[in-house]
Design a protein around this ligand. Sequence first.
Ligand code: NAP
Length: 298
Amino acid sequence: MSSNKKQASKNNLYIAGVFGYPVKHSLSPAMQNAAFRNAGLTVSYLPFEVKPEEAAFLIKKLAVLGVTGINLTVPHKEVAYKNVDFLSKEAKIFQAVNTITVKKGKLYGASTDGEGLRLGLKNEVGMEIKNKSIIILGAGGAGRSAAIYLAVKGAKRIIISNRTRNKALTAVKLIRKFAPRTAVICGPLTEDFVKKYAAGSDLIINATSLGLKPKDKPAVGSKAFRKGIVFYDMIYSPALTSTMKAAKRAGARVYNGLSMLLYQGAISWELWTGKKAPVKIMQKALLKELKNRTNKVC
Ligand code: NAP
């Protein structure tokens, strides 16, 4: 087992991939393979369509199979959390793992989504989190993790707006536990609720899945936004979502979630290789892959 791994590192052979269900939409193979190629590493980063009932078994076998690292996407982040040997601080807080690194036969679980979002906001939008007032639409896996991470990173106030109240309350409890200095409010996913807090906020993030389909209604309508506020939609395909269009009409500065995808992937790559990620190369590969797919649809 560990001799396989030693052999792999000697030959610079990395076996990696992403577990998802479904997974064929994932842009990670294009981005990660470009990074491995750029670094001169022999690699196969593959999409694995893993059924929910198979995930725990396959995760436990990663070391035996000589795998270097795995990303986990929906719906496998929680099962990965329960089946690794060690957890990063963030993975413990979010109770979710999106990156597994195999070292000496042991599985290390990390969650890079929160830091990916923070770096996307910093590098693409030019926004630091400290002392900001942030509204988060959605309290599913991504919304909850973002709310807690941004609070831990020093946000002054987090407002969670979600359709299902209980999920918003879970996020509120976790923020009170892990970031007690951050003020936290929750309410329904309505234009009126968001509008009430937008005036005193710096940033609105969409972490609902509304907008994934071109015909989806916006998560909240135009009146929820104010002129000049930053709106960041975690969705990156389509590149301009229905909620981004609504925010634009109100004069908001709008961004999609491609930078979050890029930086969470770059951090995963650094965990696996111990090298600095070639972010520009990864970004170029992501944009190229998105363009190819859009052309195919048209
Ligand atoms: P999830 O756990 O399934 O949560 C979905 C969220 O959307 C929940 O808040 C849910 O509200 C809300 N929602 C779904 N349908 C709705 C509807 N018809 N009306 C109102 N609210 C609705 O999914 P997730 O993993 O958090 O992902 C959320 C989004 O973030 C997805 O679009 C995903 O693609 C994106 N994402 C992007 C990145 C990136 O790297 N850019 C990373 C992670 C996720 P309820 O709680 O009421 O069900």
